[in-house]
Design a binder for this molecule. Structure first.
Ligand SMILES: [Zn+2]
Length: 270
C-alpha cells in the first residue's frame, strides 16, 4: 500500500517537474487512509516553494501542515446530509473566481462518491472551464461512482487494497473449487460471509472477488477443456455458466444493485 502510494507520488512529481500540471486528479479505490494521504501530499506539493517538494519547511508547507493555508479548500458531505450537494459545488466555484492568496488554490473533494448527479454536473462545468489557478483533487472509494464525463477530465489513479485483494483472491479460489464440484448453495454462500458482513467496503471487495473469480474460472475452464471430452463435458458447461453469472454479477455491482442480493443470486446460479 505504501509502495503503491510512493509509485504514484513519483509519477506525479515527475510530471509536475516537467511542467505538466493538470487541473484535476482523481484517486479512487484503495483505503480511505491511502486516498487521503495522496490527496494531502498532492496539495502540499502544489503549494510548496522548495525545489524538492514537499519540503515541509517553507512558509506555504508550514501553513499547510498547520491547517491554515488560505488557498486550501476541502469539500465534504455535511454531517446532517446524505450527499454532497450542488450548492456546495456552487460555493466552491464562486470561491475559485476570486484570486488566490498565493499561486493557486488546491481543492480536495472528500468522499467524492457522495456527490449527487446535480453536484457532479456542476463540478463538470468547472472542470471544463477551469479557473487557471485551481487544482481539484477527487477522492472516491470507487471509480464507478463518478460520472464518466467527470472522470474524463481528471488524471485518474486507481488504487488497490493489496491486503484485501489477497483475501479476495483466497475466497475466489475456494468458491471456484466449490463451483467446480457443484457444491450446494449454503457452502458457497459461507465463503462470502466475510464480504457480506463488511459494512464499509463490501462493494469494492465484491468487485475484487468477482474479478479474481472470473480469472480462476477461466483458468479451470482451460484446464478442463484440455482433458478427455467424455469426463468433463458437464464440468465445462457448469464453468461456462458460472463465468456468465460472474459477469452478470459484476455488472450489477457496478450498477449499484444490493451487494448482498447480487452475491446470493450468484451462489444460486452457479
Ligand atoms: Zn515546502
Amino acid at each position: 500500500m505504501q509502495e503503491q502510494n510512493s509509485k504514484i507520488k513519483n509519477q506525479i512529481s515527475s510530471s509536475i517537474s516537467r511542467g505538466k500540471l493538470v487541473h484535476a486528479y482523481a484517486f479512487t479505490g484503495g483505503t480511505a487512509q491511502q486516498r487521503e494521504e495522496l490527496g494531502m501530499w498532492l496539495c502540499q506539493t502544489l503549494f510548496c516553494e522548495a525545489e524538492d517538494k514537499p519540503c515541509g519547511e517553507c512558509l506555504p508547507c508550514r501553513k499547510f501542515l498547520h491547517g491554515n493555508h488560505e488557498d486550501f479548500i476541502v469539500v465534504k458531505k455535511p454531517q446532517d446530509r446524505e450527499s454532497i450537494v450542488k450548492d456546495q459545488i456552487l460555493d466552491l466555484t464562486d470561491r475559485l473566481m476570486l484570486k488566490p492568496f498565493g499561486r493557486r488554490y488546491a481543492v480536495v473533494i472528500e468522499d467524492a462518491q457522495l456527490m449527487n448527479t446535480a453536484a457532479q454536473n456542476k463540478l463538470l462545468k468547472t472542470l471544463e472551464e477551469p479557473a487557471s489557478e485551481a487544482v481539484i483533487v477527487l477522492l472516491s472509494d470507487r471509480r464507478e461512482a463518478l460520472l464518466p464525463t467527470v472522470l474524463s477530465r481528471c488524471v485518474c489513479f486507481s488504487l488497490t487494497n493489496e491486503a484485501s485483494s489477497f483475501r479476495e483472491e483466497a475466497a475466489a479460489g475456494k468458491l471456484a473449487g466449490l463451483i467446480m464440484i457443484g457444491a450446494p448453495f449454503y457452502k458457497k454462500k459461507a465463503v462470502l460471509e466475510d464480504i457480506l458482513r463488511d459494512k464499509d467496503d463490501a462493494r469494492a471487495r465484491a468487485e475484487d472477488l468477482l474479478n479474481a473469480l472470473e480469472a480462476r474460472l477461466m483458468a479451470l475452464l482451460k484446464e478442463e477443456k484440455m482433458r478427455s471430452v467424455e469426463t468433463s463435458a458437464d464440468t465445462v458447461s457448469r464453468l461456462q455458466r458460472a463465468v456468465k453469472a460472474v459477469l452478470e454479477a459484476r455488472k450489477h455491482i457496478r450498477q449499484l444493485h444490493s451487494v448482498a442480493y447480487t452475491l446470493k443470486q450468484l451462489c444460486l446460479r452457479v
